[in-house]
Write a protein that binds this ligand. Structure first.
Ligand code: 5GP
Length: 208
């Protein structure tokens, strides 16, 4: 069956799990993609650009978007709002693209509730909590209390790995990228419910 409806690949995992590095490794090998740029109320970090890493907005602007039903999903994470705008996602799906999300566990639940039949979800984890702590401290973009908060969040998120289709442990970047590449390619082959129904209907319409 030829699926040109597009598909969704959700990537979740603690900050410091290496999601961006993994994506950079595979992005040229997985066909036409759209990486969803989230909107957030958190402070911009050094090295980040508005409209590239996130759309950075005020809490007031974010709440207006909620009221106007502009989000496919949104969540309150680490004391800030994060949300996925619906419009560019719809457009990319209609163009048959693979839409990539970097969202938290709450977002994964919401996306699966709305578009589960075309969604594949992957939890990316560092091998251990102490390795995560080291990576966050080495990155030194966050103050110590923020690092502590992220570690606490990571402990909670890891309790919910069973809600994901796949777990990728990012110990060795190349090996983890190989696994993620395979999952991303397979995620495109998921057949949406309407296409399955059409296919089944065709079989029922044929008199033997
Ligand atoms: P960071 O502040 O490190 O960029 O992201 C913090 C967390 O927010 C990460 O777990 C990330 O996956 C999550 N996140 C980023 N964008 C979104 C979004 O649009 N929706 C949801 N639900 N989570 C998001």
């Amino acid at each position: 069956m030829n699926n040109n409806t597009g598909a969704i690949l959700v990537l979740s995992g603690p900050s410091g799990a290496g999601k961006s590095s993994l994506l950079n490794e595979i992005i040229n090998d997985i066909g036409e993609c759209y990486f969803s740029i989230s909107t957030t109320t958190r402070q911009i970090r050094d090295g980040e650009e508005n409209g590239v890493h996130y759309y950075f907005v005020s809490e007031e602007e974010f709440k207006k978007d909620i009221e106007e039903d502009n989000f496919l999903e949104y969540a309150f994470v680490h004391g800030n709002y994060y949300g996925t705008s619906l419009k560019p996602v719809k457009k990319s799906l209609n163009e048959g693209k693979l839409v990539l999300f970097d969202i938290d566990v709450q977002g994964n639940t919401l996306v699966n509730n709305r578009l589960g039949d075309i969604t594949t979800s992957v939890f990316i984890s560092p091998p251990t909590l102490s390795e995560l702590k080291k990576r966050l401290q080495d990155r030194s973009t966050d103050a110590q209390d923020v690092v502590e908060r992220r570690l606490e969040m990571a402990k909670k998120e890891i309790q919910r790995i069973s809600e994901y289709d796949y777990l990728v442990i990012n110990d060795n970047l190349k090996e983890a990228a190989d696994v993620l590449r395979t999952i991303a390619k397979a995620s495109r082959l998921k057949v949406p419910d309407n296409e399955i129904n059409e296919f089944v209907q065709k079989w029922e319409d044929i008199d033997l």
